[in-house]
Write a protein that binds this ligand. Structure first.
Ligand code: IPM
Ligand code: MN
Length: 352
């Protein structure tokens, strides 16, 4: 199979972890007789520095014509500490999501048997956790009307959803639930927010089309609590943009390291695969960042974008092997030897 993949390394540790994923993907391709063409493109602070724009048209063209997008991270401290900056790297990410129609962010959360004790949560709470968040990604408060008034003394961000936006996200949730344990949780704040009432009403009306799926409706504050108390009780969770942003970071604690969790953003056009950890500027350029979240995102890409299940499995298997044998970066090594980012990549290629 010929695979055209847009490669958006981005900022911070993005380029380092992306390099390892490329090595692993190339090795998998050789093993299974595929040919990967990587098409690099600029994004984030790196793109602002080069062309003054965090998601240039040229990058969009490359993304839209690719079969899939592998993405590193976006963000740079020089913008974080400057609220008055006119162009920000994150705008690139939001623009990319919107222009590519990436309305659903799929974030699985699971545990690795060899790493259970890395989580700050007790083993008996988290063992066997296997849940998936479907976060709405192109609507809500992120994209609503925003601004300042009263001479700058008042600021506002508006949360807006249309029924159509809820339906297309919820449909993916029901369909995913059907392939798993047929349990769906709709996370909202329907006791307060009108948008949440629209979510709840819309999902309730869809229940009849999926009679086998058992749907629960829970408030976001309660889910924040239950997620760390009884993560095992959840399977598929659907939620709006901001709630999903917050809860998926919280959920990553279950797995023991943010450096492990992959994600996919899917929708109308090309799908995008990225680690959830962000640009982690403190580690950039040091060759210490954990590349596994990006490599596991590449596994999701093989399976979901190309239907190549075996290839995905071989990546997951070799990652599990590296974890079991302690070939890990410093976030996971404890008192044992910490491997460098590139050493983990090399080891995976060698052991594939
Ligand atoms: C994420 C990130 C982004 C978001 C930021 C970088 C804009 O936190 O992908 O979760 O808030 O969506
Ligand atoms: Mn986030």
């Amino acid at each position: 199979m010929k695979l055209n993949i847009a490669l958006l390394a981005g900022d911070g540790i993005g380029p380092e972890v992306i390099n390892q994923a490329v090595k692993v993907c190339d090795a998998v391709a050789v093993k299974h007789g595929h040919e990967i063409k990587w098409i690099p493109a600029l994004t984030g602070a790196a793109a602002i520095d080069a062309v003054g724009e965090p998601y240039p048209d040229e990058t969009h063209k490359i993304c839209i014509n690719a079969d899939a997008i592998l993405f590193g991270a976006i963000g740079h401290p020089k913008y974080d500490n400057d609220p008055s900056a006119k162009v920000r790297p994150e705008q690139g990410l939001l623009k990319m999501r919107k222009k590519l129609g990436l309305f659903a962010n799929v974030r699985p959360t699971f545990t690795f048997p060899s790493l259970i004790d890395n989580s700050p949560l007790k083993r008996e709470r988290i063992e066997g956790t296997d849940l998936v968040f479907l976060r709405e990604l192109t609507g809500g408060i992120y994209f609503g009307e925003k601004g300042r008034k009263d001479g700058g003394e008042t600021a506002f961000d508006t949360c807006t959803y249309t029924r159509e936006e809820v339906i297309r996200l919820a449909k993916k949730g029901f369909e995913l639930a059907m392939t798993r344990s047929k349990k769906l949780c709709c996370v909202d704040k329907a006791n307060v927010l009108e948008t949440s009432r629209l979510w709840r009403e819309t999902v309730q009306a869809m229940e009849k089309d999926y009679p086998e799926v058992e749907v629960s409706y829970e408030f976001v504050d309660a889910v924040a609590m239950r997620l760390v108390q009884w993560p095992n009780s959840y399977d598929v969770l659907i939620t709006e943009n901001l709630f999903g942003d917050i809860l998926t970071d919280e959920a990553s604690v279950i797995s023991g390291s943010m450096g492990l969790m992959p994600s996919a953003s899917v929708g109308e056009k090309t799908s995008l695969y990225e680690p959830i950890h962000g640009s982690y500027p403190q580690a950039a350029g040091k060759n210490i960042a954990n590349p596994l979240a990006t490599i596991l995102s590449a596994a999701m890409m093989f399976e979901d974008a190309f239907g190549l299940k075996q290839e995905a499995e071989s990546i997951r298997n070799v990652v599990n092997k590296s974890l079991a044998e302690g070939v890990v970066t410093e976030d996971l090594s404890g008192k044992n030897k910490a491997y460098k980012t590139s050493e983990v990549g090399d080891w995976l290629v060698l052991n594939l």
